[in-house]
Ligand binder design. Structure first.
Ligand code: DOR
Ligand code: ZN
Length: 356
């Protein structure tokens, strides 16, 4: 174990976040805006964000729901459908509002029904994105019910991602929430146009935590956590310092009633403790020196943005930082991710050299 007990780093960003909308958004957003400078906002609300008008309005609602004292910039994305037009994408990118386009294979996850069934149908859009340098964010799993759920990421790489990269090498792609050793190796073997986000929870849980000794629905998300060797490969990737790996929480709140039932939703709510969990993971790996690159530097580098100028202080005390088991929203309770270890790390914001 390292003896570091304090770390001052650039303010982090979250490169994959579900804020939802309405009262759920009001309840969860302040946890992200307290700790993160920017976040890539997932467009899988209902209806999905497919037009400039929807994106502009959603952006406005997010800004309005952000506490005044928080310095937080939502980075908006478009939800790719088979009807998306290349011209619309070009216009959205040149407006500066849209920072990326999200590809959900239809049926792969929550609110992905309007996603893409046949990638050939969206090739004109992808060609335009390659031309203008707009990143494609992929939910990297096939939605084919004949493919075992634990193999869906590897099959996506073989049958969708690799052929796509070969036919459009200029397209900049982020493989979102990568969960397998296969995925990590694929990124490492690729060029700078391919990067990946990694969540905090996939660094902490494996599939036994979901299924052994009883079903734990609050550890169920998509892509589903895999076996231990994959979790270890993800840990190796994040501490490697390879700038193609950066943090995306995939914090995805669902009210308890929709998770604790016969067919529970996928998604883990981590916005509230992701940074403290990450500090613990990097400390366990004896690589706290690599945390800043993963949470604050690698993401902006890929997106062609500068790192945040303000800083945060992470410090460790002998007392563990208590966290609520659930948060209350107007729609019901949302269970907070339990990392199954005590968290001794705390986060403080530093603005103009003052600590908040
Ligand atoms: O676990 C997940 N939850 N994975 C996703 O891809 C979507 C997300 C959600 O929106 O709930
Ligand atoms: Zn997600």
């Amino acid at each position: 174990m390292t003896t570091n007990t304090e770390l001052i780093i650039r303010r982090p960003d979250d490169w994959h976040l579900h804020l939802r909308d309405g009262s759920m958004m009001s309840a969860v957003l302040p946890y992200s805006s307290a700790d993160f400078g920017r976040a890539i906002i997932m467009p899988n609300i209902l209806p999905p964000v497919t037009t400039m008008e929807q994106a502009t309005r959603y952006h406005r609602r997010i800004v309005k729901a952000t506490p005044d004292q928080h310095d937080f910039k939502p980075l908006m994305t478009f939800y790719l459908t088979e009807s998306t037009r290349a011209d619309d994408i070009e216009q959205a990118a040149s407006s500066g509002l849209i920072k990326a386009v999200k590809l959900y294979p239809a049926g792969a996850t929550t609110n992905s029904e309007s996603g893409v069934q046949d990638i050939k149908k969206v090739m004109p859009v992808l060609e335009k994105m390659a031309e203008i340098g707009l990143p494609l964010l992929v939910h990297g799993e096939v939605a084919d019910s004949n493919i075992d759920i634990f193999d869906r990421e590897a099959v996506f790489i073989d049958t969708v991602l690799d052929p796509l990269r070969r036919s459009l090498p200029q397209l900049r792609i982020v493989m979102e929430h990568v969960t397998t050793k296969t995925g990590v190796q694929y990124i490492i073997s690729s060029d700078k146009n391919l990067a990946a986000t990694i969540t905090a929870h996939h660094l902490i849980i494996n599939r036994n935590d979901i299924l052994a000794g009883g079903i734990r629905p609050h550890y169920y998300c998509l892509p589903v956590a895999k076996r231990e060797k994959h979790r270890l490969a993800l840990r190796e990737a994040v501490v490697s310092g390879d700038s193609r790996f950066f943090f995306g929480s995939d914090s995805a709140p669902h009210i308890d009633g929709t998770k604790e039932c016969g067919c529970g939703c996928a998604g883990i709510f981590t916005a509230i403790n992701a940074l403290e969990c990450l500090a613990t993971v990097f400390e366990q790996e004896n690589r706290l020196d690599k945390l800043e690159a993963f949470v604050s530097l690698n993401g902006p580098k890929f997106y062609g943005l500068l790192p945040n100028t303000s800083k945060i202080r992470l410090y460790k005390t002998c007392d563990h930082a208590g966290q609520p088991e659930k948060i209350q929203t107007r729609d019901g309770y949302v269970t907070v991710f339990d990392p199954m270890f005590l968290i001794y790390w705390h986060v403080e914001n530093i603005v103009n050299d003052k600590i908040y």
